[in-house]
Design a protein around this ligand. Structure first.
Ligand SMILES: Nc1ncnc2c1ncn2[C@@H]1O[C@H](COP(=O)(O)OP(=O)(O)OP(=O)(O)O)[C@@H](O)[C@H]1O
Length: 239
């Protein structure tokens, strides 16, 4: 089995004004390629801390993160940024688009880390924009788009480098229920096409679209189950 990401005994300690916070207390799990994982948990349980580590946005105090088999611990800061740009597609709750750029230009942004943007890259940006349903909006700027359309741009942007996995932080947190369903349908389609997705969410409705739900509590993984198993457990409990 191939793994998109493997983490072993991850620990993260924050020190703030003399106070020590153990945000992660030894977290270990593997995400096989093609999985769709929802990370849930109460506020303060360590979800954002874990997401930052999975996104190579921060480093653990202790423990190992293997991205596509590469140990990220031995990389310099520059190499870690390169690794993030090449292997992880990140989607944020607030879309994080650049207001001065058009839809197509926003999708291109991760390519700048790699250097030159080729005509072939431009063709792929357009293809992705159409794939996520942005036909007729390619030259619009973020302000001219709805929240759902802006999140579609962010999804296309996350795919431009053909990442090992998509990491989404409350991606539907700012969207109404209909638009949430549309974005989740897009994720489901990407996962059915083989994309690995890891999503942090507070909402059961969102996590139910995943294949696997991991619940965090006080810096640890409290439970980790396949959703089919949960469905059958609920059905057994109800009968
Ligand atoms: N930069 C930081 N400095 C100090 N403490 C921090 C820092 N970031 C997070 N923490 C603490 O680490 C713990 C875990 O925080 P984290 O943000 O990972 O939780 P979370 O599950 O994402 O919460 P939420 O759902 O509210 O976003 C909390 O006690 C938090 O106060």
């Amino acid at each position: 089995m191939k793994f998109a990401v493997q983490v072993d005994d991850l620990r993260k300690v924050y020190r703030l004004k003399g106070e020590t916070v153990h945000a992660l207390r030894g977290v270990s799990f593997d995400v096989p390629e093609g999985d769709y994982v929802a990370i849930m948990g109460t506020s303060g349980s360590g979800k954002s801390t874990l997401l930052n580590l999975l996104g190579c946005l921060d480093r653990p105090s202790q423990g190992k993160i293997l991205l596509g088999g590469y140990d990220t611990g031995s990389l310099s800061d520059d190499e870690l940024s390169q690794m993030r740009a090449a292997r992880v597609g990140i989607i944020f709750q607030a879309y994080n688009l650049i207001q001065q750029l058009t839809v197509l230009e926003n999708i291109e942004v991760p390519l700048y880390y790699r250097g030159k943007v080729t005509p072939e890259d431009r063709r792929r940006c357009k293809e992705l924009a159409l794939m996520v349903g942005l036909k007729g909006r390619l030259d619009h700027r973020p302000m001219q788009l709805s929240g759902g359309q802006q999140q579609r741009v962010a999804v296309a942007r996350s795919l431009i480098n053909n990442p090992d996995y998509i990491l989404a932080d409350e991606p539907t947190g700012n969207l109404d229920s209909r638009t949430t369903e549309e974005i989740l349908a897009l994720f489901e389609r990407l996962n059915n096409e083989g994309r690995t997705i890891i999503i942090v969410t507070h909402e059961d409705d969102v996590s139910e679209h995943a294949r696997r739900v991991m619940r965090m509590s006080d810096g640890e993984i409290a439970s980790d189950y396949q959703i089919e198993n949960r469905r059958s457990a609920l059905a057994t409990a109800a009968s």
